[in-house]
Write a new protein. Structure first.
Length: 155
C-alpha cells in the first residue's frame, strides 16, 4: 500500500469531529491504538472492514462504510458498488417508486424471456437493462436503510 499525502476519509471524519487519534483510541475501547490509526489514516496500513465499521460507529458516520465498500474494498469495487449518500426521505421514496414502476413494467418481458428456457441475444440485452434497474433499486434500498439508521440513532 502506498503512502498518501492527501487526507484519507478516515482522517477527515476524525478531524471533522475535532478528535485526536488518542481520543479515538480511547473511544474504541482497545480496538485501536494511536499508532495504528496514524498508519491507517496516512495509507501506511490497509484498514480491515471491521475497523471501518468501528470507526463509523465512533464517528457516527454511516457514509464511511458505504464509501469504503465502493472505493476501497475489492469485493465492493468488483461488484460495482456505489457510494450511498444520505438523502431526504421524500427523494428516496420517489426514487424507489419510480424504480418499482419500471421493474413492474419489465415483469411481463421477464416472463416472456424465460418461458421457453432459452435466452437469445436480444433477451440478453433486456436482462442487462433489468440488471441495471435492480442495481438502482439496490442503491435506493441502501439509501433508505442509511436514512432509517440515522433517524433511529437521532431518536
Amino acid at each position: 500500500m502506498m503512502e498518501n499525502k492527501e487526507k484519507s476519509m478516515f482522517q477527515e471524519a476524525r478531524m471533522k469531529l475535532k478528535l485526536t487519534r488518542n481520543k479515538v483510541a480511547d473511544l474504541s475501547d482497545g480496538f485501536f491504538n494511536e499508532s495504528r490509526l496514524e498508519k491507517i489514516e496516512t495509507g501506511k496500513l490497509e484498514i480491515h472492514p471491521e475497523e471501518v465499521v468501528k470507526l463509523a460507529e465512533i464517528y457516527k458516520d454511516k457514509e464511511l462504510c458505504s464509501t469504503f465498500c465502493a472505493m476501497e474494498c475489492p469485493v465492493g469495487i468488483k461488484r460495482g458498488m456505489k457510494v450511498v449518500k444520505e438523502k431526504n426521505l421524500s427523494q428516496i421514496v420517489l426514487e424507489m417508486l419510480a424504480t418499482l414502476q419500471s421493474l413492474d413494467e419489465k415483469k411481463v418481458r421477464l416472463i416472456e424471456m424465460t418461458v421457453d428456457g432459452k435466452i437469445d441475444d436480444k433477451e440478453i440485452r433486456d436482462f442487462k437493462i433489468i440488471q441495471d434497474q435492480l442495481k438502482q433499486m439496490e442503491e435506493t434500498i441502501h439509501s433508505l436503510q442509511l436514512w432509517i439508521e440515522h433517524y433511529v440513532d437521532k431518536n
